[in-house]
Write a protein that binds this ligand. Structure first.
Ligand SMILES: N[C@@H](CCC(=O)N[C@@H](CS)C(=O)NCC(=O)O)C(=O)O
Length: 213
């Protein structure tokens, strides 16, 4: 299924874009057009991308002549229009649990370790490469301590973060684990996180969305 007129601005290594790729795959959707915005060359921070997406961040969607950013907002929109499978449960308490995990990743971990933050601390604040890695590991581990406590109680109910059903929590977790591995974070203190990640990455919707390297 192709939502009419949808352009998806994507970058393979962007974990926020990776979330959107997983959500599209799980729902069997394809954008009409996928435009790569290369973060390595700084294409995100310049025209023409900056003129359609003022934040200069990926991912974003353009349709009906407008551009919208924020991966969780984009996924919630997709979920409202294409509810199969539901990534945010309709039952309010279940939805609260899913958003708690998703926001722990998207609000409390990811923004601290984003490219522009790492560039700022090494550039403007003159932090060393070693200090940058220490920063990166610190915020991943701080967030993963919380996530492990949120996910572990659900391990006997099914293979996903919140039990039997795939949700926005898993869509956010897998890209964040990818980031942690890329930066050599020791994941041995997080068996529940690793078990959910190991299960999800066997599923085509997740596997096909993964960065090639
Ligand atoms: N909260 C935003 C974050 C978007 C974001 O930070 N994207 C990153 C890639 S994962 C980016 O464009 N970074 C460019 C930069 O930091 O300069 C979302 O969930 O979409």
């Amino acid at each position: 299924m192709k939502p009419d007129d949808l352009i998806f601005y994507d970058y393979f290594r962007s974990s926020a874009s990776y979330r959107v790729r997983i959500a599209l795959n799980l729902k069997g959707l394809q954008a009409n057009k996928v435009e790569t915005v290369d973060l390595r060359t700084g294409a995100h921070a310049q025209k023409p991308y900056k003129s359609v997406a003022p934040s200069g961040l990926v991912p974003s969607f353009t349709f009906g002549g407008k551009t919208f950013g924020q991966s969780l907002a984009l996924i919630e929109w997709l979920d409202a229009i294409y509810p199969s499978p539901r990534l945010i449960p309709s039952e309010p308490l279940a939805a609260l649990g899913v958003r708690e995990v998703a926001h722990t990743i998207a609000c409390d971990i990811h923004p601290l370790n984003n490219l522009r933050i790492l560039k700022y601390i090494t550039g403007t604040l003159s932090a060393s490469e070693e200090a940058k890695l220490e920063w990166y590991h610190h915020w991943i581990c701080s967030g993963f301590d919380t996530l492990e406590a949120l996910i572990a109680p659900h391990r006997d109910k099914g293979p996903f973060c919140l039990g039997a059903d795939v949700s926005l929590a898993d869509v956010c977790l897998v890209p964040q684990v990818y980031n942690a591995r890329r930066f050599d974070v020791d994941l041995s203190p997080y068996p529940a996180i690793c078990a959910v990640d190991a299960h999800c990455t066997t599923l085509p919707g997740f596997a096909d969305a993964a960065p090639e390297y």
